[in-house]
Design a protein around this ligand. Structure first.
Ligand code: ADP
Ligand code: MG
Length: 468
């Protein structure tokens, strides 16, 4: 392609050759991404100048900048490098930051150097405390089914509402079931619709880390200011701060101050507020105050739906029966399901062969075995009752006779050993018993195993049967 030499030295916003080149780049990208995306994302961009090989693009909002970086920066770099050899990297700036000369995301055209999104200007210091969002975690890419429809609806409601509807929204569920995905979907949605609102998303771990650093550096005032002046605060995995007293204290105050100002809070955890161990009562009751929505374990239908949706975006043909097999076998959570699918596809691409049931079983043998081994409390209760020849209902009953109390304790013990359930959760499955009862059972069975070798063998046998 003919390069216009005047562009090399030009570098002014009004430089016509730069504008001509930009039109050419836009034309190509427009053809690739379609009219709708072009209108939303490319049209509002303006190209200003080339400084030391860096092409500077300006956009009106932070959300647009993030979105363009996530979706189009790579392609923009390639196209620009083709169009103008002088361009070595492409940067996207927010219009309002022009004066403050902050260093925005940069992508080199030559290498695969990933763009970083740092913000230096004091006017955007808040974005700094927000973790970067994963561009795949949007509502569009979230597959809705029975187990997550309530959580999804609640998340959507929050994202679409212009004022606070329920506060906080507390999402909980086991690992890998989509809590982080839903939270970030809320953040994306709000940033897109109302970029002027400040949305902060971060993990509870980061929250604590920042708090501790502020304590050390003696600037807790700034810390408080930052958090207390946001519109939407989202903290992921709050179970992390259970047992961490001073972090809880700070969190509690931040929480209250935001609620009082009618700002939206969204939290997630792996357990319900009441099941979080080591959380202060007053914090629990505040958490329970809003809407608590749980994401249940996946069903076969949801798993299959998710696999369809992910397979569709891949460049490989995956037989229906393989997807069904995966949905059937990988039941633990969505993360493992995704991982399994990715492994099968990667393997097929590497060896250049079709995906068959045999290769799938082969490639995933460890994952399939781990999923086979997962046990539920119900299974444990059934097995243990059968073994000791009592009724399953005795697992829930209030009867305290040794003949039923002992097997019940064994079942509680095995539930603690073989499942990821917390003590309160286990207690609830045993006729609503207190977590201290479960704790006592675990201790008791441990003692008896020490003292009585035939009892120990019994327990061991049960464990092996359950683990299959
Ligand atoms: P959690 O935070 O609950 O541990 P994540 O949100 O990180 O789980 O989800 C794990 C992975 O599974 C992510 O890649 C996420 O995109 C995917 N995932 C979970 N649920 C769904 C769903 N309903 N539809 C599509 N993808 C999902
Ligand atoms: Mg998560």
């Amino acid at each position: 392609m003919e390069k216009d030499k005047t562009a090399a030295g030009g570098k002014t916003p009004s430089d016509t050759s730069l504008n001509t080149q930009w039109k050419a780049v836009c034309g190509l990208l427009r053809a690739e991404i379609g009219e709708a995306a072009y209108q939303s994302w490319l049209k509002p961009m303006t190209v200003h100048e080339i400084v030391d090989g860096e092409l500077r693009i300006f956009v009106p909002t932070r959300f647009m900048r993030d979105w363009i970086i996530a979706h189009y920066l790579d392609r923009l770099c390639e196209l620009w490098a083709d169009e103008n050899a002088e361009v070595k990297s492409v940067n996207v700036y927010i219009q309002s930051e022009r004066e403050t000369e902050t260093a925005p995301s940069r992508k080199k055209t030559s290498s695969g150097d990933a763009g970083s999104s740092r913000n230096g200007g004091s006017n955007n210091f808040r974005i700094d405390i927000s973790a970067p969002l994963d561009h795949r975690y949007t509502f569009e890419q979230f597959v809705v089914g029975k187990p997550n429809e309530f959580a999804y609806a609640a998340a959507r409601r929050i994202a679409e509402a212009s004022k606070v509807v329920f506060n906080p929204l507390f999402l909980y569920g086991g690992v890998g079931l989509g809590k982080t995905h839903l939270m970030q979907a809320i953040a994306w949605h709000i940033r897109e619709r109302t970029p002027e609102r400040t949305v902060i998303y971060l993990s509870a771990e980061k929250f604590m880390y920042r708090f501790i650093r502020a304590l050390r550096e003696k600037n807790t005032v700034d810390f408080k200011e930052q958090f207390r002046s946001v519109d939407v605060l989202m903290i992921d995995d709050v179970q992390f701060i259970s047992g961490k007293e001073s972090t809880q204290e700070e969190f509690f105050h931040t929480f209250n101050s935001l609620v009082d100002q009618d700002r939206q809070i969204v939290l997630s955890a792996d357990k319900s507020p009441s099941d979080l161990e080591g959380m202060e009562e007053r914090l629990i009751s505040r958490l329970n105050y809003g809407l608590v929505a749980d994401i249940h374990a996946t069903t076969y239908e949801l798993r299959l739906g998710i696999l369809y949706s992910k397979a569709e975006k891949m460049s490989v043909e995956i037989p229906q029966k393989i997807l069904e097999f995966l949905a059937h076998k990988i039941t633990a959570n969505v993360r493992e399901l995704e991982g399994g699918l990715n492994r099968v596809v990667a393997h097929a691409q590497l060896v250049g062969r079709d995906i068959t049931l045999e290769t799938t079983q082969d490639v995933l043998h460890d994952l399939l075995r781990a999923n086979d081994r997962r046990v539920t409390i119900e299974e444990i209760q059934k097995r243990v009752s059968a073994h000791f020849n009592i009724r399953v209902s005795d697992m829930h009953s209030a009867r305290r006779a040794r003949s039923v109390a002992r097997p019940r304790q064994v079942a509680m013990y095995l539930a603690k050993q073989l499942t990821a359930r917390s003590l309160p959760e286990i207690g609830r499955k045993f006729g609503g018993r207190d977590h201290t009862t479960v704790m006592h059972a675990v201790k008791k069975v441990d003692e008896l195993r020490e003292q009585d070798s035939s009892f120990a063998e019994d327990v061991e046998l049960l464990r092996r049967m359950l683990e299959g």
